[in-house]
Design a protein around this ligand. Structure first.
Ligand code: THU
Length: 131
């Protein structure tokens, strides 16, 4: 599938503008493309109880599920300057759960697959195979 990364990054930038990040003052926006060609997005949503803050990827996954689900084929994430940001470890796990095989992420070191950014990931299949 041919991915328009500029377009996807622009959606992430627009989403970043919606971030609720009064505590860290570090807004984040994320955008992804599904196998079906849908674009889903999210922003970080912080909380006065600091540890409860939600990452942009968490918001994106919630939006994905609310819009009917689907598997992600491409993902990008930006900081408050619109520069590509690496998804944190927890968020890589969130993305892995909903990834299509070979999902590609735009990262600080170029395009990488989900398996490259989360090697030997624990996932739904492990639950089945290791019962
Ligand atoms: N943040 C994200 O939204 N996604 C990431 O992958 C990295 C961190 C947010 C969490 C917090 O609201 C702010 O960035 C500073 O850590």
């Amino acid at each position: 599938m041919n991915i328009n990364w500029d377009e996807l990054r622009n959606v992430a930038k627009e989403s970043m503008q919606k971030a609720y990040a009064p505590y860290s003052k570090f807004p984040v926006g994320a955008a992804a493309l599904t196998e079906g060609g849908r674009v889903v997005a999210g922003c970080n949503v912080e909380n006065a109880s600091y540890g409860l803050g939600l990452c942009a990827e968490c918001s994106l996954i919630s939006n994905l599920i609310m819009a009917g689900g689907g598997r992600l084929v491409a993902f990008t994430c930006v900081d408050g300057h619109g520069n590509v940001l690496m998804p944190c470890g927890r968020c890589r796990q969130l993305l892995f759960e909903h990834s299509a095989p070979g999902m590609v992420l735009e990262t600080v070191s170029g395009l990488k697959t989900i398996d490259e950014v989360l090697p030997d990931a624990f996932g739904p299949r492990d639950l089945e195979e290791r019962k």
